[in-house]
Design a protein around this ligand. Sequence first.
Ligand code: TRP
Length: 362
Amino acid sequence: MAQKESEHIDPWSSNLPKDYKEIIKNFGLEKFNVKDFPEPNLLMRRGIIISGRDLGIISRSIKQKKKFYVLTGIMPTADKVHFGTKSVIDMVVYFQNHGAETYVLVADLEAAATRGVDLKTARKRALEIHIPCYVALGLDLKKTKFYFQSSNLDVIKLAFELSNKATLNEYRAIYGNSEPSRIMASLLQVADILHPQLKEPMPGIIPVGIDQDPHIRLARDIASRASKYNFFLPSSINHKFMPSLSGELKMSKSEGNSLFLLDSEKEIKEKISKALTGGQKTLKEQKEKGGDPDKDMIFELFRQHLISSDSELKQREEDYRKGKILDSENKEYATKLLTDFMVDFRKKFEKAQKEVRQIFPE
Ligand code: TRP
């Protein structure tokens, strides 16, 4: 690891943070309190959502039915969407269902600058895979404002204008890095985050993994200096990572042990069978000592994606701790739930693909 966690969080790293509490403390994040939000979704109820910035104003906007927005960006670097991204979209859907104006952008300029993806490929991927996946996860196509960075002049103009509100030293302090391509990308991202307020200042929430907090801090710093706009400082809400199935790295498009939306039945079976569990080395030991659901990637899937009933989940965790459930049974159950999920998801995806094609004809 290049940098100590206490000094920087590297938003471009694949490592899992070791200590979430320490990050929350060191970076002055607010702890998330589930009681502040109506009808919390399963990520919120189960401690996957852990922190944020300025959550109070979002909670009040929801309760008082005041205007606010939610925004996220897609990096079109692969033809696939992994389950870590699903968590972000679940949050976007939550806020959309609770009254937020919704913005989803395709970070094609960022992908071009930082990952060498050409704009045409980015567009094709976004329209054929990413946006339909998001719609299949519950995003309302008609109520969501989608855009491509490369064709949103308001955003590009704002990024240029705001560039004089940041300094190179600040970049180094926040990121520990100051490559020009990343500077371009992060200024553009700040403009993405703030542009919904150009017409009228209003609170906005950006659901991001906790590693993306440096971007949020930069956006808030810049917003506070752009006094002519009276921007609300953007709020954020952070989730813990969905680890890869080996439990070693963040789930990512390039990590082989990741689970993807649209994976086939065969892929699901294979991946689940290899997943890291919290079980003991032998059957005998497992029955005697039980397993640890907190170190188990199958339970991670149950918690974040597959088991919607809190009581069912709790019971299963207890049984696992007591050695009443074996890894093989857990894996079989996860395979079944995932396969069922995928059958349903694929249907919704194909329908969404057609709808997206109608809205964005090539
Ligand atoms: N940088 C983000 C990523 O790597 C993509 C992105 C661009 C984004 N603009 C954004 C995310 C605005 C959230 C908000 O995935």
